[in-house]
Design a binder for this molecule. Sequence first.
Ligand code: BES
Ligand code: MN
Ligand code: ZN
Length: 465
Amino acid sequence: MLEHLTGQDDEASVAITPLRRDRFKEWLAGQSQAQRNWIETNGFTAEPGSVCLLPTAKGKPERILFGLDDSDPWCWAQLPAKLAKGFYRIDGDLDGRTAGWAAMGWELGCYQFTRYRGRNGRDWPVLSWPVAADRPQVVRTVDAITLVRDLINTPAADLGPEELTAAAAGIAERKGGRIRTIVGEALLQENYPAIHAVGRASTRPPRLIDLRWGDEAAPKLTLVGKGVCFDSGGLDLKSSSNMKLMKKDMGGAAMALGLAWMIMDAGLPLRLRVLIPAVDNAVAGNAVRPLDVLRTRKGLSVEVGNTDAEGRLVLADALAEADHEKPALLLDLATLTGAARTALGPDLPALFTADEALAAEISAAAAAESDPVWRLPLWKPYRRLLDSKVADLTNASDSPHAGAIVAALFLQEFVSPATRWAHFDVFGWNPTPRPGRPEGGEATALRALYQVIAQRFGAAEGNPG
Ligand code: BES
Ligand code: MN
Ligand code: ZN
């Protein structure tokens, strides 16, 4: 159920006519002289996102003209804020993809993070479901994106490792998944030393969240998400400007949960596992120190070059556990480096994989979904930047170069070469608001990854919804 889409035809709904700029002239020629005058007077030229209201003789809205760029899923998100409260329908033949984007854009055009101050007095318009839209797919996509954004937007005080666990448990419960959590000292007994080390300085103990769903005999997909609920930098403390946004450092975990939600909701025929190391990177007397040497689950020793490179430490243990099961596909999502953002900006997640076929599938799905990712190389020669004089590797080199690649190479040490693996270094945040994408938490690569998974593992029969 989406709040701003309705399945009921409302007699009084106002028609929206989507018009592509390249077809506008032709369309205009077919209209009455009076309408052409009105449209011209209003300066409407079907510029993408622009709107022109055609009135009836009595001055009521008769029709809304909407400039459409059908290559942009977010074009539709401009509409709700530009239209008055009331009911609308789309008048015009949209293909399935465009209809789905219209519905998704409309609903996300109404998205607000309401936890702390409600809906701010806005009465959004309601759209009749576009005919060709795959409704269950739109609903699960919007639900997943909303989940991811809400989790990221929630302040760290209200979303610690325990609350992140509760969120995962809530999702598992609604979809028949099982959840197991290893908390605090138990992480040491069960051999997750790096997760424990990174998280032990917080009053909120570290956890490993382990969600399983689906038929044990089906092909295995494992998602790993970085769940650093707040990244202060540890003892190598971040500057205030760099620390400010670090409630979003569990963005990878949020995206893994959003993707898991879509997979479970669609009933894809696969065995899903989600592993989330959930920690605070905090400062206290027992915090990890620079040049401490940590053991990891895999047995590799890691010298801590910088306590702020904590994401790769917790992911090392989670990836080693994920890899151990030999999943058919292993994906991790993490707000891992500032360097990825420097290279690609906030909208483009960096993709790393040694598997050419997988890279091609992901790129194709990203293009088809207009949900972009950009591949960066796992450039082996830079592995030397992780050499340590006292341990098997260091978590942070002294070199200022290629930070995102070096971080990815660090993770690769914990995944066996035989495992089909892709790593996404995501930003998880919109610094500048755009229609449908307000400032705040954001899910990237989610729609693309769902398509890759649905194609690889084969969609289930029917739609359990
Ligand atoms: N969570 C940060 C990465 C980050 C910073 C993502 C800003 C998005 C925006 C991560 O834990 C971190 O601090 N990485 C360091 C690594 C460095 C110390 C080797 C970084 O990128 O500066
Ligand atoms: Mn950090
Ligand atoms: Zn971090």
